[in-house]
Write a protein that binds this ligand. Structure first.
Ligand SMILES: [Zn+2]
Length: 258
């Protein structure tokens, strides 16, 4: 498997996923058609499949134009997005699979940011595409779900092998790490990652992928059991209960205003 991040819109990523054996390729979350079509042509791949993690326009905006330009494309999305993802042909749910040449991806149903959000996980390649649910050092907004839903999603994604590569929907890494430091100012790995992310962005390079192990070390929405994070929340919200869902909810509340 080869994964090529394609920067689209202001800070989104679409991903070209190439099976190097057959040269068949899929695109994850094409918000714009033109940069995706250009990448397909440049790489000389057989583009057969669109995978949409969720229905937001900045993840599906290129579907119609791509389907016109590449007739016969298969378009995968969660069954709840039947009426809100353009050109959808394959309605999926937890455990369903997608084949791209010799690659096989498995859908993980992770509703919360939207009620039909999925990740697609390629076990043999230790790679997962998490859309707007899990970002590097962050998580998506809780538009169509609760803090309990997002907590369950974090648990599900963090149960993947530690060396799984994480490709997310936006380049939010620097800002997410700055926020993480407000709750864990002594977390050396957060500081180190921020330093690295700034250097990457100064060269216009993407900060994806991270790994499951890294997120366990730097992501405040995963680190709900951190005593430093909990203590800093308690300073602001003395009556806060320290169960993981309440901690995630308050962390998200603060991030919404950051
Ligand atoms: Zn979204």
């Amino acid at each position: 498997m080869r994964v090529i991040p394609i920067p689209v819109l202001k800070d989104n990523y679409a991903y070209l996923v190439i099976d190097e054996v057959t040269k068949e390729a899929a695109v994850v979350d094409p918000s714009e058609a033109k940069p995706v079509a250009a990448a397909v042509k440049r790489e000389g791949v057989n583009f057969t499949t669109i995978i949409n993690t969720h229905h937001h326009w900045d993840h599906v905006g290129g579907n119609e134009e791509l389907v016109r330009e590449f007739p016969g494309l298969r378009v995968y999305g969660h069954k709840r997005d039947r009426d809100r993802t353009p050109c959808i042909t394959h309605l999926v749910d937890e455990g369903d699979t997608v084949r791209i040449g010799t690659l096989e991806g498995r859908f993980l149903f992770i509703p919360c940011h939207t009620s039909g959000h999925v990740a697609v996980y390629f076990p043999a390649d230790k790679t997962v595409f998490t859309g707007d649910t899990l970002f590097i050092a962050g998580c998506g907004r809780l538009f169509e779900g609760t803090a309990a839903d997002m907590y369950n999603n974090m648990v599900k994604l963090m149960a993947l092998p530690d060396d799984t590569r994480i490709y997310c929907g936006h380049e939010y890494t620097e800002k997410n790490l700055l926020f993480a430091l407000t709750l864990e100012p002594n977390n050396a790995q957060v500081k180190e990652k921020l330093h690295w992310a700034r250097a990457m962005r100064a060269q216009q390079r993407p900060t994806v992928p991270s790994t499951v192990a890294e997120e366990k070390a730097i992501n405040p929405f995963v680190r709900v059991n951190s005593t430093e994070l909990q203590a800093n929340l308690k300073k602001q919200f003395p009556s806060l209960s320290l169960d993981p869902i309440s901690v995630l909810e308050k962390t998200r509340f603060l991030k919404d205003q950051f």
